[in-house]
Design a protein around this ligand. Structure first.
Ligand SMILES: C[S@@+](CC[C@H](N)C(=O)[O-])C[C@H]1O[C@@H](n2cnc3c(N)ncnc32)[C@H](O)[C@@H]1O
Length: 399
């Protein structure tokens, strides 16, 4: 494995026992070149002067380092143009370079190469799927490649594929908690602060729903906060939920999509007095349906407490050939692979759904690349005076 300190997607993942790695890289590992019996990634290059020097070394004598791995991948791709992994590996490596050297003058060249490699991976995966229809996303990595392509091309997809979220987090469940620790992950604690601030006696909460519960980090905090409450968890990733189950903090665990679960809950007629979402909306683009459903599932006076990530400013040199990143939607897929939502977008949803803002704070959610990831923690209430039905999607929202 190559040395990388930049977790790519969730920003909180490490290969067990290793430095935090890119989500994509970790999904793809072991790298295609390593699998070919070539150099192991992450090894120290003893001839760092040029990529060619490293790549040209006799197999094993000098190992490809993080700088020179693309050379090996490119060689492999030329030798085996139908390789199952090399193209996506290269795309991910180049995207990581783009992210770490945002103002490098080579960035447009890397971006084009990464996009082409991603597209080639998709062609290969689709051909494999036609031949072997039983192959799954975990093997083919089609949704992963599509997501990466959006990141590379700075496009925000209409939605994030559920199969992508599932395979990503299933893959990481085992080392998720250790990785979060290494990134000073703060979100559950920040949400608890917001709940304590908004609710005088949180120990009297009766029914709580934790959206995107993951391995139960939020659940543990909620259990301490409100020992007698009935605590429900929902998450798409069965492996993450297994970890949560082992912590015994939830009374019920549901493996489902957030919106589907909220719809089923609404039909049951059992309302919640608190709904939380800790670091989950980075995997959801348009939040309007979720907000509507949360509103419908809350008791009068109930709380909705969640975090969002702040959009970062693009720093790359301008290239007239590159499409402009679209920020008009109010949310944007970031170079990290997560979705950030603008403050005004969240406030427009608050307004449309007749929520009231109790608390809205800007904070550091975690660290990434040695820098804090900035975001917001909101505490909203369905005030007793807002008993009207939340307007339907077709009534539109401001901004
Ligand atoms: C970064 S983790 C956060 C986990 C937990 N809340 C915490 O603070 O540790 C995001 C979680 O959201 C889940 N998730 C993302 N999108 C989802 C969706 N549409 N439906 C259900 N779960 C989702 C993922 O599976 C993952 O477990």
């Amino acid at each position: 494995m190559w040395d990388a300190r930049t977790p790519f997607l969730a920003g909180e993942v490490a290969i067990c026992g290793q430095a935090p790695l890119s989500m994509f890289a970790s999904v793809l590992l072991p790298l295609a070149v390593a699998a070919e019996g070539s150099a192991g990634a992450g090894a120290t290059c003893r001839r760092p002067e040029t990529e060619a020097a490293c790549a040209g070394a006799p197999g094993g004598a000098v190992k490809a380092c993080k700088h020179h791995m693309p050379v090996r991948l490119r060689r492999l791709m030329r030798r085996k143009p139908w390789h199952k992994r090399a193209f996506l590996d290269l795309a991910e490596l180049l995207q990581r370079r783009l992210r770490q050297h945002r103002s490098d003058n080579k960035s447009n060249k890397w971006r084009r190469e990464a996009a082409a490699a991603c597209k080639r991976h998709l062609e290969i995966a689709e051909a494999r799927k036609r031949k072997m229809p039983h192959l799954t996303e975990r093997t083919l990595r089609v949704d992963l490649a599509k997501h990466l392509l959006c990141v590379i091309e700075q496009q925000t997809p209409a939605e994030i594929a559920a199969t992508y979220v599932t395979s990503l987090f299933d893959h990481y469940a085992d080392c998720f908690d250790a990785s979060l620790e290494s990134l000073s992950y703060q979100v559950p604690q920040l949400l608890v602060q917001a709940i304590r601030w908004s609710q005088e006696e949180p120990c009297h909460l009766r029914r709580i729903l934790d959206l995107g519960a993951g391995t139960g980090n939020m659940g543990e905090q909620l259990r301490d906060l409100s020992p007698r409450a009935h605590l429900q968890a929902v998450d798409l990733s069965a492996q993450m939920l297994q970890k949560a189950e082992a912590k015994s903090c939830y009374d019920e665990l549901h493996c489902s999509d957030l919106a589907e679960h909220l719809m089923a809950s609404e039909r049951s007629g059992l309302l919640f007095d608190l709904i939380t979402a800790a670091d989950v909306f980075g995997y959801v683009t348009d939040l309007s349906a979720i907000f509507r459903l949360v509103f419908q599932n809350l008791e009068s006076g109930g709380l909705f407490v969640f975090s969002t990530e702040e959009p970062t400013q693009p720093e790359e040199p301008e290239d007239p050939e590159e499409p402009e990143p679209d920020v008009s939607l109010g949310y944007k897929l970031q170079a990290s692979g997560r979705v950030a939502h603008s403050h005004s977008y969240i406030l427009s949803l608050v307004h449309d759904c007749k929520f009231q803002v109790l608390r809205d704070t800007r904070c550091e959610l975690r660290f990434e690349d040695g820098h804090p990831v900035l975001g917001r923690v909101f505490s909203l209430t369905k005030s007793p005076s807002a008993q009207r039905q939340c307007p339907s999607q077709h009534e539109g929202r401001a901004g």
